[in-house]
Design a binder for this molecule. Sequence first.
Ligand code: DC
Length: 221
Amino acid sequence: MINIAIDGPSGAGKSTIAKHLAKTLGFLYVDTGALYRAIGLYVLRQGEDTRDEDTVEKLLENIQLRLAYVEGTQRVLLNGEDVSQAIRTQEVAMAASNVSAMPCVREFLFSLQQNMARDNNVVMDGRDIGTVVLPNAQIKIFLTATAEDRARRRCLELKEKGQQAEYETVLEEVKQRDYNDSHRAIAPLKQAPDAILVDTTGNELETSIEILTNLVKEKLK
Ligand code: DC
């Protein structure tokens, strides 16, 4: 099987680019952030504290997670319920960020991710795919952009959704999340030594998609 790992901070265009790439290659796109979000959602729904590791560890015993594909699109099934929409809120993003720092949660998701890559050609995106989950991936990409560029894009996205967005506030949040993601004790966000660095700063999305697709096609030749 061919495994392509795409890691990087949020807002660099990872998921959109990875999705396009997977479609072009006919591979499965695996969005691993969705798995952390589903666990965050479950803990929130139980009314429990997403920062309390003992509680989260106990709750994991009641969680069954599965990825399904409907017309090529990933769906996340939490105890049989399709939560693909429900996990896309800011509250769940924060909950996911909290639970993703816990070793029990990372361990819980480890084999699910590895099995997907063992059984399918995948483009898998996340934070630790090239470093921890798929250290033997044939192609590893670390996709990044400056915090300012990512904050600008996030502001645009929020405004398109009709939500208030103050650039300075968004930039602070982006920097804070970068710091948290790259300084946590377990599986921190960092570029694998054999990953190709792609900086999308200043690019239109189409340009980044083209750069990455060409790069991968060249590598797969
Ligand atoms: O990419 P995302 O925003 O959907 O990710 C949600 C959270 O999960 C984010 O805080 C980072 C974390 N995450 C992780 O720790 N490891 C991954 N492989 C994917 C996501």
